[in-house]
Design a protein around this ligand. Structure first.
Ligand code: GLP
Length: 261
């Protein structure tokens, strides 16, 4: 696991955008794994800047989002399909018909989840998955207690996650849907490369467990310790509980140029 303790949002945006842009440069038909939440936003803005500057094209790429609320109407602004379109995919040249998300309006939810897994597999699997992390350690919507071997399925959000996400629903935690569909931990682990982004002190406990804690379903993000290609991109506040922070800083400062994204 590579831990990069950055100087803040600008550096996170540059490193994250490098990862996506260099990927589509070398593999124009890459499969992108996209995440909602506030953590990836500076990266998405930087990707859009580079696209508008003619430096990168996503015309051959496809994308899969991590998760979706159950029951939000097709035009609801917080439906993750609409969120990711507004934040990224409608602002670049990716073909909208190749941007996929779990169907939170499906009548047959298990069938929709199985179809989503099949679609990812048919596309050849995700090349690069960006991830945020919840304050309770969830990745995508895999809440504490999620099976480390889980696949795309329905989950019940914790009260903490509904409170955390209430800011997107006018501050009303009750307005946050109680159920969601989410890629499972095993689904996420099949992406070839993972980039997890977190900033702020509120994430420091989750980052502490993710990087230096024991692997446990109680802190679902810890499963990433079993993935061979993970970069954890954080600021110093999110890094504030890491025991080996000096080592991570030294390692990144002396990283060979050929190893950069
Ligand atoms: C939501 C999303 C996650 C995201 C998490 C953290 O619950 N489903 O994918 O990682 O929130 O969000 P933020 O980046 O806004 O802190």
């Amino acid at each position: 696991m590579e831990v990069i303790i950055t100087s803040g949002p600008d550096e996170i945006a540059q490193i994250g955008a490098d990862a996506f842009c260099h990927l589509v440069d070398r593999k124009p038909d890459a499969v992108l794994g996209l995440a909602t939440g506030s953590s990836p936003l500076t990266i998405y803005d930087e990707i859009v800047r580079r696209y508008e500057g003619g430096k990168v094209s996503f015309a051959g790429a496809s994308a899969f989002t991590l998760d979706e609320y159950v029951g939000l109407s097709a035009d609801h602004p917080q439906r993750y399909r609409n969120v990711i379109a507004a934040e990224l995919t409608d602002r670049i040249d990716i073909d909208p018909t190749r941007v996929h998300g779990p169907d939170g309006l499906a009548e047959d939810i298990p069938a929709a989840c199985a179809a989503y897994e099949a679609a990812i597999a048919e596309a050849g699997g995700v090349d690069l998955q960006i991830l945020g992390i919840g304050t309770d350690g969830h990745i995508a919507f895999n809440e504490p207690g999620s099976s480390l071997a889980s696949r795309t399925r329905i989950k019940t959000l914790t009260a903490q996650t509904r409170v955390d996400n209430a800011r997107f629903f006018g501050g009303d935690a009750e307005a946050v849907p109680q159920h969601c569909l989410t890629q499972g931990l095993a689904t996420i682990m099949e992406a070839r490369q993972l980039l997890l982004v977190a900033t702020g002190r509120a994430k420091s406990e989750a980052i502490h467990h993710l990087v230096e804690g024991a692997v446990s379903a109680m802190w679902p993000g810890t499963i990433l310790q079993h993935h061979p290609q993970v970069t954890v991109l954080i600021d110093s506040a999110a890094a504030s509980r890491l025991a080996l922070s000096d080592y991570y800083r030294e390692t990144y400062a002396s990283k060979p140029a050929w190893q950069h994204f």
